[in-house]
Design a protein around this ligand. Structure first.
Ligand code: A2P
Length: 301
């Protein structure tokens, strides 16, 4: 196995992991891949797995599933790992019919060269491609997508199902046709955009809260926040590591995106430091209700 400074920390998907309401475990830290394409995404998957990451997060919409599938075919055996040692997440958009979601998932399975997915999320409360925020079809399309995901989960090709950018009202609406709360709600989360009410709602209902863009897309405002910088200095680490650790310590999963070997390894260090109560309080005090990503699920009817 290729050893790096951090590869000894995680040996299986069960370490540093949370038990979902489906009974399966999800690692707290994974590799994000939005905007990672072609050879960059292949290399980042190789770097991440060698470093100790055991979760890769993608989506049909990211147009990189085939490259991730190809990379894993090579990288898993090279690191003495098997498919079961990696947690693979993908996402599909709400659709006009349940058959379209069945097709979407079959296509993702093929592109990712796998016979099952660990987690499939409804990517967004509306289909980016064919519906506006107020489109009356949104509700119906979310329903179709979820019913199909439940069917595929029952057939064993998906282990856990969840949602992304859903507000409580989107989740409550699902109770008309779902046999359980979603396992995961993935949202933009970081100290400048904490979503505490939504987090409490998810916690209360056994829904794992997971952050996309936990670095706020590397926003200078967030990375250079004086409080974050001060905590980083105390721990002789970077602002990025502190931001990721803050989420993890609050029980929120993170999937930071990077195509840079050094930053992939740096981000992994978030698993191996501890912030004290005062540091957590100082970071908790930074909420500005300020998103850095354009996704605005709260606007979708
Ligand atoms: P790169 O891929 O060149 O490393 P987010 O996950 O919040 O959406 O952030 C992704 C952005 O953050 C990307 O631009 C990524 O660039 C950058 N990034 C990832 N890790 C770090 C880090 N440790 N320090 C600074 N920027 C980072």
């Amino acid at each position: 196995m290729q050893m790096t400074a951090c590869s000894k920390i995680v040996k299986s998907v069960f370490e540093n992991a949370h038990a979902l309401n489906s009974g399966h475990f999800i690692p707290y830290l994974g590799l994000g891949t939005y905007l990672s394409l072609d050879n960059n995404v292949k290399r980042s998957v190789a770097d991440a797995v060698a470093c100790g990451y055991r979760m890769i997060d993608t989506a049909k919409y990211y147009h990189n599933e085939a490259e991730i599938g190809e990379a894993l075919q090579r990288v898993l055996p090279a690191n003495n790992l098997k498919r079961k040692d990696i947690f693979l997440t993908t996402k599909v958009m709400p659709q006009a019919t349940t058959s379209l979601t069945h097709e979407d998932v079959e296509d993702s399975l093929k592109r990712l060269s796998t016979d099952y997915l660990d987690l499939v999320l409804v990517h967004y409360p509306r289909n980016y491609d064919n519906c506006e925020d107020n489109d009356p079809r949104n509700r119906e399309q979310r329903r179709n997508c979820w019913i199909a995901l439940q069917e595929i989960q029952a057939n064993g090709k998906i282990r856990s199902i969840g949602v992304s950018s859903y507000e409580p009202r989107h989740i409550e609406e699902m109770m008309e046709y779902s046999n359980a709360y979603p396992s995961v709600n993935q949202q933009e989360i970081h100290p400048h955009f904490q979503r505490n009410e939504l987090r409490d709602y998810c916690l209360k209902n056994g829904i794992f809260f997971q952050a996309f863009s936990p670095l706020g897309r590397a926003s200078g405002e967030l990375l250079n926040d004086p409080v974050v910088q001060k905590v980083a200095k105390t721990h002789k680490t970077t602002a990025a590591v502190i931001l990721l650790r803050w989420s993890i310590q609050k029980g929120v999963g993170v999937v930071p995106k990077s195509i840079n070997t050094q930053r992939i390894a740096e981000n992994f260090k978030a698993l191996s430091l501890e912030l004290d109560e005062k540091e957590m309080e100082a970071l908790n005090g930074l909420d500005q209700e300020k998103p850095y990503v354009e996704d605005c699920g709260w606007l979708v009817a």
